[in-house]
Design a binder for this molecule. Sequence first.
Ligand code: IPD
Ligand code: CA
Ligand code: CA
Length: 273
Amino acid sequence: MNQQQLQIFLDIATEAALDAGAILKAKFRNLKDIQEKGRPGDLVTEADKQAESAVLKVLKRHLPDHQILAEESGTVGGKNNQYLWAIDPLDGTTNYAHGYPAFAVSIGLMIEGIPQLGVVYNPLRDELFRAAKGLGATCNRLPIQVSQTQELSQSLLVTGFAYDRQETKDNNYSEFCYLTHLTQGVRRGGSASVDLTDVAYGRLDGYWERGLNPWDITAGIVILEEAGGLVTAYDHRSPIDINSGRILATNGHIHQSLSEALQKTPSMGIFFC
Ligand code: IPD
Ligand code: CA
Ligand code: CA
């Protein structure tokens, strides 16, 4: 993909993210409709739906033949399956529904299955993260870089817990405790795209999670990699499989040690179904 074309796609994604972000900002702490989607605690609000419509409108107007995978609408769009946009109109719905200010719009593009472009817009912080393969990563148009933290013991991490956490032993509770013990702290941000862009910006040193969907992470992966970070499977050697739901994403320096800690996490053996 030539860089001129990527730049055009980046500007289209930016237009969509800013439109959706304006809706999220206007509706924040002013919601009329909050529903559960399936699993207990998996919420959807009128803001998710309206923000998604705004993103789809922009993408369909500019790129009618591209395919789109959007959290609330599923697969929509045109016939050209070389391009797949992965859209999370409101990443951090639980935070949003409670009036907790940590959420973003996430718009990623996979070209032939590989994440190539990402825009994450956090309307309350007014931070617009953008990246495309080979073009670098920016926040509000200024270049960004991952942290220089070298040691796991000196690191500040973030993780999350999927909506199936009450149904599976593989719920990340043991890993959360073990890594809290080994590091300067583990945050639970509640928005995968904010977590990834916080690592890209150098505010956090690493992130891992399971049970994710492509719309949660496609954009953030590109932003983090272009900011100098590393994204792989948990084993730190295999490339990430975007459909596996698992991600290990760091500043690069602590990547192997975080991976090894995850793999030798002792089981806590409580809170299991
Ligand atoms: C969720 C957030 C959260 C992660 C969940 C996701 P949503 O997305 O990214 O941080 O832990 O697994 O599903 O539902 O707020 O769009
Ligand atoms: Ca999400
Ligand atoms: Ca969402």
